[in-house]
Design a protein around this ligand. Structure first.
Ligand SMILES: NC(=O)c1ccc[n+]([C@@H]2O[C@H](COP(=O)([O-])OP(=O)(O)OC[C@H]3O[C@@H](n4cnc5c(N)ncnc54)[C@H](O)[C@@H]3O)[C@@H](O)[C@H]2O)c1
Length: 283
C-alpha cells in the first residue's frame, strides 16, 4: 500500500478488458485511493481490429462499476489511441472530471498481426506501431502538457508516466517484428522523455512483463504454439522451463510494479525499463 497515492488522478489506457493488465493496474491504484479514468477503444472497428478482442463499452463500464466498489471516483472514456484528437480529448476528460492529472499509464496495445517479415504489409506494420507506440506518444504529450500546469508536490514530484513495454522491449523474436519494434520504441520514448522531463520532476518509466495469459496473451500462445507445431500446453511448458521463477506472469505482478513506480518510494527512479519476468529477461 502506498498512502501517498491517495487522491492522485490517473488515466489507465486499455483498461476495459476483463483479466487484462489494465484492469489489474486500475484495481491496484484504486486500492491506494487513486481517482481513475479508465480508457478503452470501446468498439471493434475495421478489418484490422484486434484478433484478440477489444475492451468494448459494456465491458469497460462493468470494470468501472467493479472498481467503484473499491474507490468510488472512477470515470470512463473511449478513444482510439491512433487518433491524436481523441487522445487529447481523453486527457481533457480527466481534467474535467477531477481537476488535474498526476499519473498516466500507457497500457493500451495490440499484440497480433504476426507473421513472416517478408509477408507483412504496410497496413499491418502501421496498425501495430500506431497503437503501441504512436498512441503512447500522443498520450504522453497531452498528459505532460497538463502536468506542467500543476505545481510540484513535495516529496512526490509533478507527475508519473508509466508505459507497459514487454519482454519484447529488450529482445527480438521471430514472426513479431512490428510488435517487437513498437515495444523497443516505447523504451526509447521512455528514456528520452525521462531526460527531457526530469528537470520538471516528472518521472517516466516502463514496465516490461513477460507472458501473461490475458486475452492478448492467450491469442499469442495459440499463434506461437501453432507456428512451432506444439500444443498450447507444450508451448507453455517450454516457456516455464526458461523462467527462473518457474511460472508465467500474473496481471498482479505488473500492477504491483506500476503502483511502486507511481509512489513516492520511486521518486528517484526515472528512465528505467523494469523487467517483471520472473528472471526470464535480465537486461
Ligand atoms: N499479455 C501479455 O503477455 C503481455 C506481455 C507483455 C506486455 N503486454 C502489454 O500489456 C498491455 C496490455 O495487454 P493485455 O495483455 O492486458 O491485453 P488486452 O487486450 O487485455 O489489453 C489491451 C487493451 O488495449 C486496447 N486497445 C487496442 N487497440 C486500441 C486502440 N486502437 N485504441 C485504444 N485502445 C486499444 C484493447 O481494447 C485492450 O483493452 C499491452 O500494451 C501489451 O502489449 C502484454
Amino acid at each position: 500500500m502506498y498512502p501517498d497515492l491517495d487522491g492522485k488522478v490517473a488515466i489507465v489506457t486499455g483498461a476495459g478488458r476483463r483479466k487484462g493488465l489494465g484492469e489489474a493496474i486500475a484495481r491496484k491504484l484504486a486500492e491506494d485511493g487513486v481517482r481513475l479514468v479508465l480508457h478503452d477503444l470501446g468498439k471493434v472497428e475495421g478489418s484490422l481490429a484486434p484478433a484478440h478482442g477489444v475492451g468494448a463499452s459494456a465491458e469497460l463500464a462493468g470494470i468501472a462499476d467493479d472498481i467503484a466498489t473499491i474507490h468510488p471516483e472512477v470515470s470512463t472514456f473511449q478513444a482510439d489511441m491512433r487518433d491524436e484528437a481523441q487522445v487529447a480529448a481523453l486527457v481533457a476528460h480527466a481534467v474535467e472530471q477531477f481537476g488535474r492529472l498526476d499519473i498516466l499509464v500507457n497500457n493500451a496495445g495490440v499484440g497480433y498481426l504476426f507473421g513472416p517479415l517478408v509477408e507483412a504489409t504496410q497496413e499491418m506494420w502501421d496498425t501495430v506501431l500506431n497503437v503501441n507506440l504512436r498512441g503512447a506518444f500522443f498520450a504522453t504529450k497531452y498528459a505532460v502538457r497538463q502536468m506542467l500546469t500543476q505545481p510540484v508536490q513535495e516529496g512526490w514530484g509533478r507527475g508519473r508516466i508509466v508505459s507497459i513495454g514487454s519482454r519484447g522491449s529488450k529482445s527480438g523474436s521471430a514472426l513479431t517484428s512490428s510488435y517487437i519494434a513498437s515495444k523497443h520504441g516505447l523504451v526509447g520514448l521512455t528514456r528520452s522523455a525521462a531526460i527531457e522531463l526530469g528537470p520538471e520532476q516528472i518521472t517516466v518509466n516502463a514496465v516490461c512483463p513477460n507472458h501473461v495469459t490475458t486475452g492478448l496473451g492467450a491469442w499469442q500462445n495459440e499463434y506461437m504454439a501453432r507456428a512451432r507445431g506444439q500444443t498450447v500446453d507444450e508451448y507453455l511448458a517450454a516457456m516455464r522451463g526458461r523462467i527462473p521463477l518457474g511460472r508465467v506472469g500474473e496481471v498482479e505482478d505488473t500492477a504491483n510494479a506500476c503502483a511502486f513506480l507511481c509512489s513516492s518510494q520511486a521518486r528517484y527512479i526515472t528512465g528505467e525499463a523494469m523487467n517483471v519476468s520472473g528472471g526470464e529477461e535480465m537486461h
